[in-house]
Design a protein around this ligand. Structure first.
Ligand SMILES: CC(C)(COP(=O)(O)OP(=O)(O)OC[C@H]1O[C@@H](n2cnc3c(N)ncnc32)[C@H](O)[C@@H]1OP(=O)(O)O)[C@@H](O)C(=O)NCCC(=O)NCCS
Length: 228
């Protein structure tokens, strides 16, 4: 057990508290930084986690691939969760901005894609990845995390509708799925305006089609979980 209690070692692998799997066996996960040797496995797991979830197929594995190559990537917050040496989860962060009415840019951070392999979901792995990286982001001095996601899931971590902080989307709108979390009390004080995620989240369909060819074929389906 190391890392959690010592901020200077927070980049090192650590073992989370043990929890029970659906198989009722006691398991413990290791969370460590992602490295280049993990890239393919992480992209595969991202594809598995998001496949057919919001659209037929998915683009999140390409987003992960491109975030790592861009200037907004925060390698110190790019973590994988391992269970018996198998990567079962990943969280990746990028820098984003809130632009105020005077056109001043304020840096905040955004995580996502956040992925856990389907057969390992609902066992605390996603929560462990968020909790671990939140602490490191705090020690790095970032002010806030701003994300789009399912409020039912993210409220438990303290995320609130970004409207409470007078921050809107780039289009100037607010909704429950657009959320912010201060990393320090008052972290978003004086930071209001429109939020801009890194353009890497705007996927180019041709690039996706060509990227998809590097993965084993998977059939796309229309499902109930998809945006209508
Ligand atoms: C979302 C995700 C990362 C959560 O990780 P996880 O390890 O499965 O979640 P945890 O075990 O930490 O938390 C489980 C809880 O979250 C809930 N939960 C999980 N995914 C959820 C989702 N998409 N929406 C709402 N609630 C969700 C579970 O119902 C469970 O709730 P409970 O504690 O009340 O029973 C994972 O399910 C996943 O990879 N999903 C597919 C990709 C995705 O949707 N990523 C996030 C995009 S916003």
């Amino acid at each position: 057990m190391s890392g959690m209690e010592n901020e200077d070692n927070s980049h090192l692998p650590f073992e989370t508290s043990q929890f029970y799997s659906e198989r009722k066996n006691t398991m413990s996960i290791i969370i460590r930084l992602e490295n280049e040797n993990d890239y393919q496995e992480v992209e595969n797991l991202t594809r598995e986690a998001f496949w057919d979830l919001y659209h037929p197929g998915c683009s999140e594995h390409l987003i992960v691939h491109n975030i790592r190559k861009g200037s907004s990537f925060i390698p110190e917050l790019d973590f994988v969760a391992l269970l018996d040496d198998k990567i079962v989860g990943n969280i990746i962060y990028s820098k984003s901005t809130v632009v105020d009415k005077d056109n001043h840019e304020h840096v905040v951070i955004t995580f996502g894609p956040l992925s856990v392999l389907p057969s390992f979901q609902k066992q605390g792995i996603g929560s462990a990845l968020i909790a671990h990286t939140k602490k490191i982001a705090q020690t790095m001095g970032y002010k806030a995390i701003i994300i789009f996601g399912n409020p039912t899931y993210y409220h438990r971590f303290g995320f609130e509708n970004a409207e409470s902080f007078e921050i809107s989307t780039a289009e100037g709108v607010n909704f429950e799925a657009f959320m912010a979390l201060e990393l320090h009390k008052g972290g978003l004080q004086g930071i209001t305006g429109r939020f801009y995620a890194d353009p890497v989240f705007d996927v180019n369909q041709e690039e996706l089609e060509s990227f998809e060819k590097k993965f084993p074929y998977k059939e796309k389906h229309v499902t109930d979980t998809q945006f209508k």
